[in-house]
Design a protein around this ligand. Sequence first.
Ligand code: ASP
Length: 456
Amino acid sequence: MKVVKFGGSSLADAGQIKKVCDIVLADPSRRIMVVSAPGKRNDKDTKVTDMLIALAYKCMASENSYKTQLEAVVERYASIAKDFNLGNEIIDVIRKDLQDRINNRPEGDDKFMDLMKAAGEDNSAKLVAAYLQSLGVDAKYVNPKDAGLVLSDQFGNARVLPESYVNLQKLANEKSLVVFPGFFGYSPDGEVVTFSRGGSDVTGSVLAAGVDAEVYENFTDVDYVFAANPRIIKNPHPIPFFTYEEMRELSYAGFSVLHEETLEPVFRKGIKVNIRNTNNPSAPGTFIVPDTGDPAFAPITPVVGIAADKGFMTIHIEKYMMNREIGIGRKILQILEEEGVSYEHTPSGIDSISIIVRRTNCPDGKLARITKRLYDEQQVDRVTVEYDCAILMLVGRGMTRTIGVSARATNALADAGINIRMINQGSSEVSIMFGINEWDAEAGLVALYNEFFPEG
Ligand code: ASP
């Protein structure tokens, strides 16, 4: 059994939805489909989710003029329904649904915002189910509440609660083709709550884990995941397969193929993920697999992918004889913990430790408090902060016990005239992180890419 998820660009208009349904119907093992809200039809277009967010803000500002925006959302669905000759009934259902959400506005702006955002995928699923039924397919829209998708009440950033997996098992026995809206579920109190943006990927993964699917197919608009960002590297190498761990390392450093929390549910069950293209379904796509030692998925090259990400800063802390002071590392990190700042890497020397954090996680006020506490409570000698820091990540299981990978990388960066500010490699040897100047990020990526993926 396969769970198949389609992103917003795959549902942007009737032509795209037709492709989606053709894909699902072409393989009888595709029993559950998860859909996003209609996305952009072209570069100038607006995603339905963004239209709904704007509509929610209008309502929150008590502006009576929201009707125009409501109608603009309805029109997105209406144009699809018209192309499918579905009649007006489904459009009336969608208009009423939106109006009901506004009329029954819950207390609390965050709750209302989630209720409105969820309308995008909810109505998308209803429309796709109606289209499939019009073709004579035994398809059925399933509401996440009825299916038991229970999420924490962190509005706009929910997490899946464990009972969901038990509840969702029953979908495996569903005779009809299930059309399930992505992105939202219900809190234990029965309120609509969404994942963070892009969260339909997570819904698909949770369903795949719940029904013990053989594969979780995630259809998007690229043939493969590529070894480096195609906006910087022209025609980068496609990646036929990689492991969850490799994917995690790459997405951490800027590969934005899947929502960050997507892999956790399938990882626990060892379910393969297949990233594929709605616009080119014959391409086999990229597989994300568990690292079981299966020779079919043995690494082909030492490095599988290279990522670059900007927006980091380094808090460099010096204290004479630091290496002899038991507990100093914990005490320093505890200050960050108490200030609610997560850290990314901590390369250290005998008398110093550098803490790399994302700039967005550590605004000036927090940084000032952390610095003061380091001096006052830990009597450190010096704290220096460097901004404009980027990281380059070289990722691949094939690097493990392969001699010379970091030598090749550092030489390539040196030849490109790029200064390395930090290096960090864990003992699993699956990734090497280079801290460099932000303005060198693109050139660094190109240098490493050309070294590890030479032409041909
Ligand atoms: N429609 C939602 C968003 O744009 C969720 C998704 O597409 O995954 O973020």
